[in-house]
Design a protein around this ligand. Structure first.
Ligand code: SF4
Length: 205
């Protein structure tokens, strides 16, 4: 019988992470730089900041800023001043960064996950999200998540003349359908969505 106690699960997750991470440079980037590229490829426009990356990655702002600066210098990230206050900055991946994403060293894990049956992947994702949420709560960090199950999501996906199909109540901004899958630092677990995109009940905490 397969052992499923918490320690076995935790050790397997750690082991997968270790064997998939390569110390050598891939496409000229260190593992720390790859973590930044990966984050900025997934994060939404409200979360593409050095401090949000530091919170997501569990690192200090100083360390995050240094790695981000090195990627800006190499042309993988570009910085835009916020139109709202002119002080905060948002960082976006450049085309050069998007071009190397297919060579992400994490692809070995992606292929292994793709080899699982869809049902097994679904259970796995749900379980890992719950674990991530608990670890973030224990450490006093934001849990991160996507709009589809966020308490702040408004809308039913229907386009009306004077209203966007989706909006974020937290930042009071309309959301595009393609943005609903992006990672967000302001996420609060609350709702779940059906496959057709309509918001359903509350996910148990
Ligand atoms: S709905 Fe939630 S996850 Fe989406 S942008 Fe707003 S706070 Fe972030």
């Amino acid at each position: 019988m397969v052992k499923t106690d918490g320690r076995i699960v935790a050790e397997l997750i750690l082991h997968l992470g270790h064997i998939a991470s390569r110390e050598a440079l891939v496409e000229g980037l260190t593992p720390a730089q790859w973590a930044v590229v990966r984050y900025f490829a997934r994060a939404n426009r409200f979360s593409r900041t050095p401090s949000a990356f530091a919170a997501f990655h569990g690192t200090t702002r100083g360390t995050a800023s240094q790695t981000i600066k090195s990627l800006e210098t190499q042309g993988y990230l570009t910085r835009m001043r916020s139109e709202a206050d002119g002080r905060s900055a948002r960082l976006d991946l450049t085309d050069k960064a998007r071009a190397i994403l297919a060579h992400d060293p994490l692809e070995v894990l992606v292929r292994a996950a793709d080899a699982l049956a869809p049902g097994a992947r679904g259970h796995f994702v749900n379980g890992l999200h719950r674990m991530l949420g608990q670890v973030a709560r224990d450490r006093g960090k934001p849990p991160f998540g996507t709009c589809e199950s966020c308490e702040h999501l408004e809308g039913d996906g229907c386009s009306r003349e004077d209203q966007a199909p989706y909006a974020c109540r937290f930042v009071s901004e309309p959301l595009l359908l393609k943005e609903l899958d992006d990672l967000c630092i302001n996420f609060v677990l609350g709702k779940s969505m059906t496959a057709t995109g309509s918001v359903t009940g509350v996910v148990p905490r």
